[in-house]
Structure formats: C-alpha cells, structure tokens
Design a protein around this ligand. Structure first.
Ligand code: 48N
Length: 326
C-alpha cells in the first residue's frame, strides 16, 4: 500500500518579488513525514540556527513539473509571437529591452544558440574586463542604471568597469519583462517565408532546434525542427562565426540578396556610425542590426567598443515599431 499522500502547502511568499507561478499551489507529497521546515523570513534569521536547518521537503517530480510545465506553456504561448529576436548578444538584448519597455502588449521571443546569452559582451576585448562605450551611448547606460566612469568632460567615451556589469544588467532587465521569453541553447536554423506574389518573399518567423541538434544534423538521422510564427524578425547574430551572420547568409542562399558585402577592416570612427545609421529592414519582415549588419553591408568592424551595439539595438527596436505602427 502506498504511503498516504500528504498535502503540503507551499510557504506563503515572503516578499512581493515572489509571486505564485501559473502552476504553483499545493501538490501531493508522498513518502516520509513532512519534516519541520525552517520558517525563516530573512537570511538573518538563519544565522546561528544551522543545527536545526532543514529545507522544505520536496519530491523530485515537483522540480521536473515546475520546469517542464512552464517551458512547454511558454513554447505554446510564443508559437505565435509578435517579434522574434535572433541572437541575445549586446545588440539583441538592447533591442529586446527597448521593445519590451515600449510595447508591453507585444510578445517578444528571443532565440539564443548559446546556453549563456550575451554573445561577445562578457569582456571588453582580448579578455580585458572593462567595456568602452563611446558617447552618446552613455545615455543608454543611464537608462539601464549601469554605473560607468567618464574619462572626463572632453572625453569621447565612458568605461563600464566590467563588461559583464553591462551585459548582466541588460539581460536581467530583459528577463524581468513579462512579455519576453528567452529560449537559450536554441538555434534558429532557418527562416519562415511567404511569397509576395511578385517573386519576392516576406519573412514570417523562424525555424528552431536545440543547438546541439542543429550542430549534429549531419551525423544523426533527420531531426526536424520547431517553428515560431512572427510578422517581424530582428536578426542580431553577430559577424561571422559558427552561427554568425545567420539570417543574411540565409538570404543569400535563398537568392534574396546576391552576395554578402563581407565585414571590412577595423575603423572605429567609421564602423560605429555606419552600424547604427544603417540598422534597418533589409528584407520585408527582417531587420538586421549589430555586427551581422557589417557582413551584409561590408561595413568596417569597430573592435572593442560597444556603443554601436547598444544603439543599433535602439534603432532596430524603432524600425520594428515603425512596422507595427504602420
Ligand atoms: O555579440 P554577438 O556576436 O553580436 P552583436 O552584434 O550583438 O555584438 C557584436 C559585438 O559583440 C562585437 O562583435 C564587438 C563590438 N566587436 C566587434 C569587432 O570588430 O570584432 O552576439 C550574437 C549572438 C550570440 O550570442 C550567438 O550565440 C547568437 O547571436 N547566434 C544565434 N542564436 C540563435 N540562432 C542562430 N542562428 C544564431 N547565430 C548566432
């Protein structure tokens, strides 16, 4: 005979930050008696009480259900998104922040191939920690609340003491928006298209798969992908690399653009202005920003300065809103 199922009420949330999730609530527990749980409302109350410390009891299946219920509910919810952002690097995250703040009514899905979002923005350059942003990108840092050091009134740039401070701050803010879902460790491996009846196409969403699956299509049997429909896709997949410049490369292989311009040599002054100014809709329904743009436009690279990534994200968001407000 199985042990009596015991109802275990989840402890009431102790701060406003902890809200009951969509699938929380009393769940049956079976197995040993529910031990006395430390009723600590604050960390301070735990000091000196370790001898009697005990976590609230749990059943492993509760953990599994807490994760999978939410994940698959999100997959269902975002199967029809308003905007998909491909790539959660500094440009993609900046885009997501501006869009999610401006339009809380829009469903925004971010697809990031890496387990860790952030792209190349965890270090300032060549493993050095500090991140340089040229003015006026300091305005975006103030918008996010990222502290920085100004190199002086006549300086043309500011310095964030660690690149991870910028990236973790924008990532944290983006993840807190209720209308944003980050699907990381997930790759966009194709674009959904519709014909415009005149020999052209409109981008209408993305084709996704677990990144590990995308990387092993050649050595496993066919593993079909998933899809997300969206009228606007913003691609910020960075310059060339294993997954880089994904969408613009796909436009070439779909013969929608003849060839990539190919990223040019490093020229900070030329590169950053061009990337921000030219962030745009390069095919109906597809906006490209950040360093992916350098590959299609043949723009210069800027090296270890990130103001253009942030402001290209601001511009990409504005270009997307133009489409929605049209
Ligand atoms: O950081 P990146 O590579 O791209 P951006 O454009 O956000 O920022 C570029 C910036 O880091 C620089 O390169 C700096 C300024 N240096 C310039 C220079 O001159 O060297 O982020 C792109 C993200 C990454 O996290 C990738 O994992 C992801 O996009 N990604 C994808 N995610 C999903 N599906 C894909 N097909 C895909 N391809 C790339």
């Amino acid at each position: 005979m199985s042990p009596p199922a015991m109802m275990y009420e989840q402890p009431q949330a102790t701060t406003a930050l902890h809200t009951k999730g969509p699938h929380s609530g009393a769940v049956p527990l079976s197995g040993g008696p529910v031990g006395k749980t430390m009723q600590a409302k604050t960390v301070e109350e735990m000091h000196g009480a370790w001898d009697s410390f005990k976590f609230a009891p749990i059943r492993e299946s509760q953990v599994s259900r807490a994760m999978t219920r939410r994940y698959f509910a999100d997959l269902d919810h975002y199967a029809e998104s308003d905007i998909v952002i491909v790539g959660a690097g500094s440009c993609g995250l900046s885009t997501a922040y501006v869009l999610a703040k401006a339009r809380p009514d829009l469903k925004i899905a971010i697809i990031e191939a890496g387990v860790a979002p952030g792209g190349g923005a965890w270090l300032g350059g060549q493993l050095f920690s500090a991140m340089v942003m040229r003015k006026p990108a300091d305005a975006f840092l103030r918008e996010l609340g990222v502290p920085y050091e100004d190199e002086g009134d006549n300086s043309s740039f500011v310095v964030v003491k660690h690149a991870a401070l910028f990236t973790s701050t924008v990532l944290s803010k983006v993840l807190q928006f209720p209308n944003v879902k980050l699907f990381n460790a997930t790759a966009v491996e194709d674009l959904i298209t519709r014909t415009d009846g005149k020999g052209g196409i409109r981008i209408a969403g993305v084709v996704t798969n677990w990144t590990l699956v995308s990387m092993h299509h050649d050595d496993q049997s066919c593993m079909d992908p998933n899809t997300i429909n969206a009228p606007v896709v913003i691609s910020t997949t960075g310059h060339d690399g294993p997954f880089g410049a994904f969408s613009v490369k796909r436009l070439v292989s779909m013969q929608q653009i003849s060839a990539l311009g190919g990223m040019r040599g490093l020229d900070m002054n030329v590169a950053e202005d061009a990337i921000v100014k030219n962030t745009r809709e390069i095919a109906p329904g597809l906006i490209v920003g950040g360093m992916e743009l350098s590959e299609v436009d043949g723009a210069n690279r800027m090296g270890p300065t990130f103001g253009a990534m942030a402001l290209s994200g601001v511009k990409a968001a504005e270009e997307a809103l133009k489409i929605f407000d049209a």
